[in-house]
Design a protein around this ligand. Structure first.
Ligand code: NAG
Length: 310
């Protein structure tokens, strides 16, 4: 385990020095090809354009895809091998019988080949990251807590993807100063509360957690004037977290415990001319709320929320 951790760090360091030693011209060219603010943005799946060889160096992938390719007990002796370069040494697969020459078990990951870091142990913490990291993927690990210092000084971070971990707490300041952060992706964790969020976020995904309304600061999203996609489905929320910024295009709150809503959560009743043409996609199905009880709450929307109207 220690060896693997060391290998992983070594890989990080090698990778960093590898790109740092590129000729300056080449580095500049790579930087110029990074996606920029204002680039067009699809709902799901997320932009994949970052995963091209020109961005290698800003993308750090610590994800552990073993679960996805684990054949379990059905094929106990079969090691997945591949003619392609090894992309991952599998720590949990070190079950080679004693005396058998170690054959360096390898697994091919279901991601763009060759771009991503190799030698991933199953992380329980965020390891030290290169300062230039812009896109961090650490899916399918066992990370349980995010500390204030984990992302300290990583001012280039644009995307953090911690899907499918065991995160139950995030220090309040962990993301606060990440002014470049656009996509914060945290589904399938155990969060009951959200930390302070930087105002530049465009895409926030906290589906499939244990979020309670008391775990969201009052007016948490008001200052997030670039927020377009707010995905909070499958949590324990009992109210719609407002006010919602005008930039919002999509808010998913299905499968929560919402029973009622503020009449002005979507539309300002004093402002009868105002519209929210952007907000086309509101999901409130799978909640106990009877949407027919709030007929004056939707007048500014281009279409009615999805949910129970009877
Ligand atoms: C929902 O509200 C409408 C309007 O007040 C009412 O007619 C309907 O019976 C309600 N449905 C339920 C299941 O309470």
């Amino acid at each position: 385990m220690r060896l693997l951790a060391f290998l992983s760090l070594l890989a990080l360091v090698l990778q960093e020095t590898g790109t740092a030693s590129l000729p300056r011209k080449e580095r500049k060219r790579r930087e110029e090809q990074m996606p920029r603010e204002g680039d067009s943005f699809e709902v799901l799946p997320l932009r994949n354009d970052v995963l091209n060889p020109d961005n290698y160096g800003e993308v750090i992938d610590l994800s552990n895809y073993e679960e996805l390719t684990d054949y379990g007990d059905q094929l106990p002796e079969v090691k997945m091998t591949s003619l392609a370069p090894a992309t991952s040494i599998s720590p949990a697969k070190s079950t080679t019988a004693p005396g058998t020459p170690s054959s360096n078990p390898t697994m091919t990951r279901p991601t763009t080949a060759g771009l991503l870091l190799s030698s991933q142990p199953n992380h329980e913490d965020i390891p030290p990251l290169p300062r230039r990291t812009a896109y961090l993927y650490a899916r399918f690990n066992r990370i349980s807590r995010i500390r204030a210092e984990d992302f300290k000084g990583l001012t280039k971070l644009k995307r953090i993807d911690l899907s499918n971990n065991l995160i139950s707490s995030i220090d309040n300041d962990a993301f606060r100063l990440l002014h470049a952060l656009q996509d914060l992706i945290l589904p399938e964790n155990q969060l009951e509360a959200l930390p302070v969020l930087p105002s530049g976020i465009e895409f926030l995904d906290v589906r499939l957690n244990r979020l309670q309304s008391s775990g969201i600061q009052p007016a948490a999203f008001r200052a997030m004037e670039k927020l377009q996609f707010l995905y909070l489905s499958d949590n324990l929320l009992d109210s719609i977290p407002g006010p919602l910024p005008l930039s919002l295009r999509s808010v998913h709150l299905q499968n929560n415990l919402i029973e009622t809503m503020q009449r002005d959560v979507f539309c300002d009743p004093e402002e009868h001319k105002h519209t929210r043409r952007q907000l086309e996609d509101i999901r409130l199905d799978g909640n106990p709320i009877n949407l027919s009880l709030f007929p004056s709450a939707y007048f500014c929307l281009p279409r009615l929320p999805i949910g129970r109207f009877t």
